[in-house]
Design a binder for this molecule. Structure first.
Ligand code: TNX
Length: 483
């Protein structure tokens, strides 16, 4: 058998392929620390191969926490010989990322939700892998259309094989408030009953949200909850009209315009409200980040925007959290140390001066340029779903870019792929926009630059068999993947 280069996405830092294969049988024992990575691998094999691997003190499949220091937090080393599969890391997180690589070395049928006969062969390889960026995010907008716990778990499942580690949830917008806040029950009793177009909306109870956080954590993903402020707040104000500027009585909103709403900036009650919201949100969120939005506050004067942020950001920071905000927040004075700014404007626009200044002060940037990373943009003119304000975004275009070349001198900590849901109503709609673009964004976030499209598209083509095996039916059949 000739050596086939395995179709790994994201590409590992160092990969050597050797002759031979390891064959996994019902007798292949698994050893590893009691952790998510070991459990995930056992569950994967049980599901697709039909038998849980027997455990042993030292299995032929061996996961150990004795990786060399240069692997860092998320790195791993994977050595497959005809006799054994050895996965080593420094951390449980590193083992988990390595398990995703082993998963991709197994045949596509390993993705099957029901048992298949195999054979389960893994090519002999030596891999040493570490991520390029520490922030590798996906975002789901549950405000424009509500997606329930099951749909969010499925969204997490889609991101896991590609080594994403951040789940940003856009929890509030004009069209709905999606998280129960016990001190302000009308936010969900009223403010969650709408969404874009038809439908009753919906929301997460605190137990729902906790279930999502736990599911994400079991897959080594950190939840970053966003409360979008001071614009995108119609649902909050429709629930509590005293939060609206004087003389305005907001109604629930089912359209898709942006930039028309803003909280009352000079009313102290606004900050009592936000204090209560952040206190509840921080209590539910074990991760270190709170996202405060800050985008498209088009009704808010520059002066008011600054005043608002100056009062609001300390309310998040006092829970010992790092603030994340969309790029517009660069214009706010006194941004707390370590504030992460999320770049979202298209790459062909000039970098706004306040953002360039914040970047030169060393504030960390997360790159989500809309004409590359926005998963809600149409692929091409024939795509039925999605928007096109940033142009169409094909598979190659979303892959072939360098996050570090957009803002000269910036400290780029990662990449995030947002999925806005103005036009998306079902989990299959989400899959259609995710695949086949999501793997490429994962590679931008994880693998060393530069990018080589011909090599990438060959690997990507092989992944369609995995989606087929997993029963993902609605992925976009892109002509860009044809031979
Ligand atoms: C811009 S990106 C928005 C969202 C929309 C999205 C649609 C950003 C920070 N704001 O409110 O949903 O475009 O593509």
């Amino acid at each position: 058998m000739g050596r086939v280069i395995p179709a790994l996405i994201p590409a590992p830092r160092v990969l050597a392929v050797h002759d031979g294969v390891f064959e996994l049988t019902a007798d292949t024992a698994l050893s590893g620390p009691e952790c998510h990575a070991t459990r995930f691998l056992a569950a994967l094999l049980r599901r697709a191969a039909g038998h849980a691997p027997p455990s042993a003190r030292e299995g032929a499949l061996a996961l150990t926490l004795d990786g060399p220091a240069d692997l860092g937090e998320e790195g791993y080393r994977l050595d497959v010989t005809a006799e054994a599969v050895r996965l080593r890391a420094r951390t449980e997180e590193g083992l988990f990322r390595g398990v995703q690589t082993l998963r991709q070395l197994l045949p596509a049928e390993i993705e099957s939700p029901a048992p298949l006969p195999g054979p389960w062969r893994v090519p002999c390889v030596s891999i040493t892998d570490t991520p390029r960026f520490r922030w590798r995010g996906v975002m789901l907008d549950v405000a424009r259309h509500f997606f329930d716990v099951a749909a969010v778990k499925r969204f997490i499942d889609r991101a896991v094989p590609y080594k994403f580690n951040i789940l940003h949830l856009h929890l509030t917008d004009d069209q709905g408030w999606r998280l129960e806040i016990p001190s302000h029950p009308r936010l969900t009793e009223h403010g969650a009953t709408s969404q874009v177009g038809e439908g009753d909306g919906g929301h997460f109870t605190r137990a729902d949200f906790t279930e999502i956080v736990a599911y994400a954590a079991a897959h080594h993903m950190t939840v970053v909850p966003e409360i979008d402020l001071p614009g995108h707040t119609q649902a909050a104000m429709a629930s509590y009209p005293h939060l609206a500027p004087e003389g305005v009585t907001p109604e629930l909103y089912r359209g898709i315009d942006v930039g028309f709403s803003q909280l009352a900036i000079h009313n102290p009650a606004t900050y009592d409200f936000l204090d209560a919201v952040f206190t509840e949100l921080a209590a539910l969120t074990p991760g270190p980040y709170l996202h405060v939005g800050g985008d498209e506050a088009l009704q808010t004067t520059a002066e008011d925007y600054a005043a608002f942020m100056t009062r609001t950001l300390p309310l998040a920071v006092r829970h010992d959290r790092t603030v994340v905000a969309w790029q517009e927040a660069a214009a706010a004075p006194d941004l707390p140390e370590g504030t992460h700014l999320q770049y979202w404007r298209p790459t062909h626009e000039p970098v706004p001066e306040p953002l360039a200044a914040a970047a030169s002060r060393g504030l960390p940037l997360i790159m989500s340029p809309a004409n590359r990373a926005y998963l809600d943009m149409k692929y091409d003119d024939d795509t039925a779903l999605g928007l096109r304000w940033a142009g169409t975004v094909g598979v190659r275009q979303s892959y072939e870019w360098d996050p570090e070349s957009l803002v000269p001198g910036a400290r780029v900590v990662g990449v995030e792929a947002p999925l806005w849901t103005e036009t998306l109503t079902t989990p299959d709609d989400l899959d259609h926009m995710l695949y086949p673009r999501l793997p490429g964004l994962a590679e931008v976030a994880w693998s060393p630059a530069p990018k080589d499209w011909p090599s990438y598209v060959t690997r990507l083509r092989a992944h369609t068999a995995r989606w087929d095996a997993a029963g993902i039916t609605s992925y976009h059949r892109s002509p860009e993947l044809e031979d």
